[in-house]
Structure formats: structure tokens, C-alpha cells
Design a binder for this molecule. Structure first.
Ligand code: CDP
Ligand code: CDP
Length: 216
């Protein structure tokens, strides 16, 4: 039979990649993995253990022992603190290596899968037939994430949010281990001027073009 439909969705914070990826999974009836949650769980695990985020060995130990089940139900993992902690531990090669097998197994399911993160199209599933790199200006992304956090009672200011986003972009794109970069064969989706419906429609057309190209 044909290749499994694997959809790799990468991009910076609050670009809309998670919303787009989970809706694509729904539409195509595929399992979905938010790989950012793995790094968020490792970062928060280090802090809960009373260790410092600069402690690479501690982070690697948490990553090796990680139980990936139920992470999407943990509200602590969606906080700004967890995003920042995730980005700190995500730079450690040992942490990335510990999480690699789990992600590759998920991406290799016979029926296909959708994964979102930073290195899905480059490292986790380089042969994925459909790859998207979702982005938007830092200002628009900071506004979106600010609204999300504000709506749940977080008092962070827009200016602080923008600084957080820019710091995280720089760290994620600048690290040596699996930096955030658009794969050469990924399609760029700039959602700066798009609402989520428009962005999702555009993403779906990109996936449909990949399906046609590979007869999937
Ligand atoms: O939703 P948001 O983009 O804010 O964050 P996320 O996707 O949950 O990722 C949190 C952090 O984990 C990122 O800033 C990256 O440092 C790291 N990450 C990564 O390095 N590789 C991935 N595949 C996914 C996340
Ligand atoms: O996963 P990622 O961090 O890239 O972003 P997300 O959690 O999917 O989206 C962040 C927020 O921006 C959500 O509240 C989305 O509904 C919103 N969003 C938007 O308003 N317009 C878009 N084109 C994309 C996302």
C-alpha cells in the first residue's frame, strides 16, 4: 500500500502550530503528538525535583524517566514558566536523545501521525511527506499568547510576553542541538495576517497538495 500520511508541523511559540496540527489530526483521523509537552514536562520535572535548570545531568535523568501519558491534562505544563523551562532543557543533547525514540515511534505508526514542535521535519520525521513551518511576527505571536494567558487570569503584560517570546525564539533557533529551522522541503505558512480559520484552511491545502504529490 501507499506511504503513511505523516504530517510534521514546526514553528516558533504561538504561531498557531498546535491548533493547526490538532485540527489536521482530527480531519484526517490521525493520532496527534504535541512534542513541546515532553520538553515542558522535563523542565517542570527538574524544578519539582528541586534541581536547577542549568543541571544538565538532572534534566537528562528526568527525560529518561519521563512518562508521556496524560501530559495534555496537566495545566501546569501550559504556563509561561513551563515554556521557559522547556526551552532551557531542550538545548541539552542528552535530553533530546532521551526523547527521540518515543517521538520517532509515534511518527512511525502504520496509519500515519501528526506531530508538532521545532524539529519534527528536520530530525524526528525527515521523510514526512507533508511538512509545514508555521510562523508569524513576534509581535502578533506575543499578542496571541498574551491573550491566551490573560484569559486564564495570568497578569503578564504584553511587553513582558514579547520579551519572553523573543528570548525563546533566539534560544531555540541558536542552539547547537536540533535548532528550530525550516526544513528545506517544508512549506512556509506565515499566519501574521490570518485568523485561525484562514490559517487552518491554508494548512489543509498544503497537506492536500502533498497527498496529491505522493498519491496518499
Ligand atoms: O507552544 P509553544 O510554541 O509556546 O511551546 P512548545 O511547542 O510547547 O515548546 C516549548 C519549548 O520546548 C520550545 O521553546 C522549545 O525549546 C522546546 N521544544 C523543542 O526543542 N523541540 C520540540 N520538538 C518541541 C519543543
Ligand atoms: O502551538 P503554538 O504555540 O504555535 O500556538 P497555538 O497554541 O496553536 O496558538 C496560540 C493562540 O493563538 C491560540 O489561542 C490560537 O487560537 C491563536 N491563533 C490565532 O488567533 N490566529 C492564528 N492564525 C493562529 C493562532
Amino acid at each position: 500500500p501507499s506511504l503513511p500520511l505523516v504530517i510534521a508541523v514546526d514553528g516558533p511559540a504561538a504561531s498557531g502550530k498546535g491548533t493547526i496540527a490538532s485540527r489536521l489530526a482530527q480531519v484526517y483521523g490521525l493520532p496527534f503528538l504535541d512534542t513541546g509537552l515532553l520538553y515542558r514536562a522535563v523542565g517542570m520535572g527538574v524544578l519539582s525535583a528541586g534541581a536547577d535548570l542549568s543541571d544538565e545531568a538532572a534534566a537528562e535523568g528526568v527525560a529518561r524517566a519521563l512518562d508521556a501519558d496524560g501530559l495534555s491534562d496537566d495545566p501546569r505544563l501550559t504556563t509561561g514558566e513551563a515554556g521557559e523551562a522547556a526551552s532551557r532543557v531542550a538545548g541539552y543533547p542528552g535530553v533530546r536523545a532521551a526523547l527521540l525514540e518515543l517521538q520517532q515511534a509515534f511518527a512511525s505508526q502504520p496509519g500515519g501521525a501528526v506531530l508538532d514542535g521545532r524539529d519534527i521535519g528536520t530530525v524526528i520525521a525527515p521523510n514526512a511527506p507533508a511538512k509545514l513551518f508555521v510562523t508569524a511576527t513576534p509581535q502578533v505571536r506575543a499578542r496571541r499568547r498574551w491573550k491566551q494567558l490573560h484569559d486564564r487570569g495570568d497578569a503578564i503584560t504584553y511587553e513582558a510576553m514579547l520579551a519572553d517570546i523573543q528570548r525563546r525564539d533566539e534560544r531555540d533557533a541558536g542552539r547547537g542541538a536540533a535548532p528550530m529551522v525550516q526544513a528545506p522541503d517544508a512549506v512556509l505558512l506565515d499566519t501574521t495576517e490570518m485568523d485561525i480559520e484562514t490559517a487552518f484552511d491554508a494548512a489543509r491545502r498544503i497537506v492536500e497538495a502533498a497527498r496529491a504529490r505522493y498519491s496518499l
